[in-house]
Design a protein around this ligand. Structure first.
Ligand code: ZN
Length: 75
């Protein structure tokens, strides 16, 4: 059975700006974003730490994916 796939917008939970446009596969909570599925990236990276342009830390670069902290608004 094919998995459910859709483009989702991940928004900062502080300022509500877009941080990623992401191709989500399957259901369930987003806890990491595979880099190959990130379609647009609005973040600022400082070393392995990933920030929204507002300064809120949204995740960490762990090689092939970004680990997402907290819960983020998806739409
Ligand atoms: Zn923000």
């Amino acid at each position: 059975m094919a998995e459910h796939t859709r483009i989702m917008i991940v928004r900062c939970n502080r300022c509500n700006q877009k941080v990623f446009k992401y191709l989500k596969v399957g259901k369930g909570k987003l806890v990491r974003c595979l880099k190959e599925r990130i379609r647009e990236d609005f973040t600022v990276q400082k070393g392995p730490e990933v920030f929204c342009p507002c300064g809120n830390r949204v995740g960490r670069d762990e090689g092939d994916h970004i680990k997402i902290f907290g819960s983020y608004r998806l739409d």
